[in-house]
Write a protein that binds this ligand. Structure first.
Ligand code: NI
Length: 170
C-alpha cells in the first residue's frame, strides 16, 4: 500500500466541493486503504479524499490515531443530518501543518452515509468524534477550519502561510 501525498492549503482540490461516490469499486477500496495508511503515518485522526487529491466524498476517521482498532471509521458520502450543542477546542489539519486554533463546533452530530461495502451507516457522535465528522465533511465541501476564525486570526494565519509559500517551505 502506498502512502499518498497530503495536499496543502492553497491547492485547488481542497477549496472545491467534492462529488458523491456513485460506485464503490476496487479503485475506491484501494483509495480507502491508502488513505487509512496515510492518516496513520501522518499521524492524524482524520483524512478526507480531497486531501490526497481525489475530489470524491469519502473520509477516514480514527479519534484514537491507531491506538484502538475499533475506532476506525470509513464513511462514503457522509451527511450531517443533525447538529446540536457547542464545543470549543483546539483544531488543526494535516493540510495546514504547523497551525491550529480554537474552533467552535457542535457538541453532538448525527451523521449518515455508506460504508465501503455500500451498506448504509449512521453515527451518533459527540465531542472529538463530532468535531472530526464536521471537519472532514467540511473538506468535502471545500472548507477549512480557518473559515470559522475571526477575520483577524484568519488573516494572521494566511499571511504566515503565504510567507512559507514564498520561501518554498509550503
Ligand atoms: Ni483537515
Amino acid at each position: 500500500m502506498a502512502l499518498m501525498e497530503i495536499k496543502r492549503y492553497g491547492e485547488q482540490v481542497l477549496s472545491s466541493p467534492s462529488v458523491p461516490v456513485t460506485d464503490i469499486d476496487e479503485e475506491i477500496n484501494r483509495l480507502v486503504r491508502s488513505m487509512i495508511e496515510t492518516m496513520y503515518a501522518a499521524p492524524g485522526v482524520g483524512l478526507a479524499a480531497p486531501q490526497v487529491g481525489v475530489a470524491k466524498r469519502l473520509a477516514v476517521i480514527d479519534t484514537s490515531a491507531g491506538e484502538d482498532p475499533g475506532k476506525l471509521i470509513v464513511i462514503v458520502n457522509p451527511e450531517i443530518k443533525v447538529a446540536e450543542g457547542e464545543q470549543i477546542g483546539d483544531e488543526g489539519c494535516l493540510s495546514i501543518p504547523g497551525f491550529s486554533a480554537d474552533v467552535s463546533r457542535p457538541r453532538r452530530v448525527f451523521v449518515t452515509g455508506v460504508d465501503p461495502n455500500g451498506k448504509p451507516v449512521e453515527y451518533e457522535a459527540k465531542d472529538l468524534l463530532a468535531r472530526a465528522f464536521c471537519h472532514e465533511v467540511d473538506h468535502l465541501n471545500g472548507k477549512f477550519f480557518l473559515d470559522y476564525l475571526s477575520p483577524i486570526k484568519r488573516e494572521l494565519i494566511k499571511r504566515k502561510i503565504r510567507k512559507k509559500m514564498h520561501s518554498g517551505e509550503w
